[in-house]
Design a protein around this ligand. Structure first.
Ligand SMILES: [Fe+2]
Ligand SMILES: [Fe+2]
Length: 357
């Protein structure tokens, strides 16, 4: 039994009141700029380098961001050759250099530089390096959020001693839902998902408590289908750029484009030579990896000079605007936690000065 004293309850209550203001301070102290040289120096020592991660002191709660390097023919992760691995986190991979393919839920996807792979949650996947040269790729994964929720499961083919579900038979191996997606026959009879339109329901004509509960029982089965129906591969050459108040942007991985992501979204932004992006701020986390170009960003009231290979970590609700001072088009690979924040209803985006192109 947990016995707390009166002072403990008072202290805990004050924590709620203080949290918001203290969080501002944590955001202010969180690192913003990681330079290409720092990443290169670590890549010279080891192949897998975490760039943005709460374990490195970043005040980042939703996703981490890392880079992996492999020499010619060397395999990409401790993947294995039959199943590979699977996890209850979302993951987006961006190929910087080299070529190869991924096998995800039994389907093969070839990739080359500029391509991206969005791995459905808990689908077995393995990545294979076919490069005759070095392979370099970036990844954003939502491990921090899954770990905070206590539902982070990583099942690696090579480490069956840490499996939680996979050893429980054939069905458990095939499902994309931890514990299986099969629903009781009774739920199937009592809940017809094709007939229920929640947005038009309510009052006497609304669903009964039983229908709401049977919908819950049926949820995992539907979720498994949605994961399998979602898109996986993004070909860099097919990115659709368009003008926005923030500048030229191509959404790459986004629910709006048919990807079944609930937390992460990914886009590429472009700033022509001599131009500036729009300024905005938003209540979600964002990392920007500079794919090309050089310039500077104003983040709140600080200036950060960047070039190819640098990473900018935008604190939640910090104003940011980017300026291209170089001769070539600057390209940013941006990952954000916008999708998760839309589910909670916390997203608020404010637009400042628009882009000048
Ligand atoms: Fe993975
Ligand atoms: Fe932003």
């Amino acid at each position: 039994m947990v016995m707390a004293r009166k002072e403990d309850h008072l202290r805990m209550r004050m924590e709620h009141i203080r949290f918001g203001k203290e969080e501002l301070e944590r955001r202010r102290k969180s690192p913003v700029h990681t330079k290409a040289e720092e990443i290169d120096a670590q890549l010279a020592e080891h192949n897998h380098v975490y760039i943005v991660d709460p374990r490195l002191g970043f005040n980042q709660r939703t996703f981490r961001f890392w880079i992996n390097r492999r020499s010619a023919g060397e395999e990409m992760e401790f993947s294995g050759w039959q199943l590979g691995h699977r996890h209850t986190v979302e993951a987006v991979i961006y190929v910087l250099k080299g070529h190869g393919y991924s096998v995800i839920d039994g389907i093969k996807y070839p990739w080359e530089p500029g391509d991206m792979i969005c791995v459905p949650v808990f689908a077995w996947h393995r990545h294979h390096n076919e490069s005759g040269d070095e392979l370099l790729y970036l990844a954003a994964t939502t491990g921090p959020l899954s770990m905070a929720m206590g539902i982070a499961i990583y099942e690696e083919e090579k480490y069956p001693e840490y499996w939680i579900f996979a050893q429980k038979g054939e069905e458990a191996m095939k499902t994309l839902i931890p514990g299986g997606a099969e629903i009781p026959a009774e739920a199937r009879v009592k809940f017809d998902s094709s007939k229920w339109k929640p947005e038009k329901s309510g009052g006497a004509n609304g669903p009964t408590p039983a229908e709401i509960y049977y919908r819950q029982l049926a949820y995992a089965e539907g979720e498994e289908k949605r994961r399998r129906a979602g898109k996986v591969l993004v070909k860099g050459k097919n990115l659709q750029f368009g003008s926005t108040p923030m500048g030229r942007v191509a959404y790459a991985v986004d629910p709006a484009l048919g990807f079944h992501v609930k937390i992460l979204n990914t886009l590429v932004a472009e700033i022509p030579a001599g131009k500036r992006s729009g300024a905005h701020r938003h209540i979600y986390e964002e990392t920007n990896y500079i794919l090309s170009g050089e310039g500077y960003s104003i983040i709140e009231d600080q200036r950060y000079d960047w070039k190819k290979g640098d990473t900018l970590v935008i604190p939640v609700f910090a104003w940011h605007q980017h300026f291209n001072t170089g001769r070539e088009t600057a390209r940013f690979l941006a990952h954000t936690g916008r999708v998760a924040m839309e589910s909670t209803g916390y997203v608020h985006t404010q637009q400042g000065e628009p882009a000048d192109y």
